[in-house]
Design a protein around this ligand. Structure first.
Ligand code: SF4
Length: 168
């Protein structure tokens, strides 16, 4: 099945969230990192909007020039980053909406809040041209901050989960 792997990661993330989401959300370190991550994601979104990135990407999709969110790219997500999405209040789909597209893309764009390196760092040649070198550099700094705090949150979640005694 095409989506078997990502659906299994989603199920794992949802199971962990149901079992440990409340405890994780109350952990002071996780809470602080989640808040910081949310702020960093918002900062990236604001920077991208002010530079016209969403408008340029929407125009590209409407022209039918293709989409960067192609099928298979979702395989870069594991259950911990998906669990981070749930901790941020972002629900996860159970099925794909766009045939031949990424599992997480929908009619309004990406359904995830916490995204991995490739999704954030990919600038197609047209977008690079629209933005110019200086604005791409500025965006990469903002994205670096988001990825850094996201990575810290993932590590903290992994550590907390590893410390939970397993039931036999
Ligand atoms: S940005 Fe979202 S929809 Fe696009 S490839 Fe990444 S996860 Fe998929």
């Amino acid at each position: 099945m095409v989506h078997e792997k990502i659906q299994s990661e989603i199920r794992k993330a949802k199971t962990l969230h149901a079992a440990h989401g409340s405890a994780l959300a109350l952990d002071p370190v996780i809470l602080s990192l989640t808040d910081g991550y949310r702020r960093a994601i918002e900062k990236t979104g604001t920077s991208m909007s002010s530079m016209g990135v969403p408008a340029a990407c929407t125009a590209c999709v409407e022209k039918g020039s293709g989409s960067c969110c192609f099928q298979g790219i979702e395989e870069g997500y594991d259950h911990v980053l998906l669990l981070a999405n749930l901790l941020l209040g972002c629900d996860l789909p159970d099925s794909a909406e766009v045939p031949d597209g990424c599992f997480f893309v929908g009619s309004k764009g990406c359904k995830l809040t916490a995204r991995y390196y490739f999704c954030l760092h990919y600038f197609c040649p047209d977008l690079m041209q629209v933005l110019g070198k200086d604005r791409v550099q500025a965006l990469l700094i903002t994205l670096g901050e988001e990825l850094s705090i996201g990575w810290q949150l993932e590590q903290a979640v992994r550590n907390r989960l590893a410390a939970i005694p397993q039931r036999r």
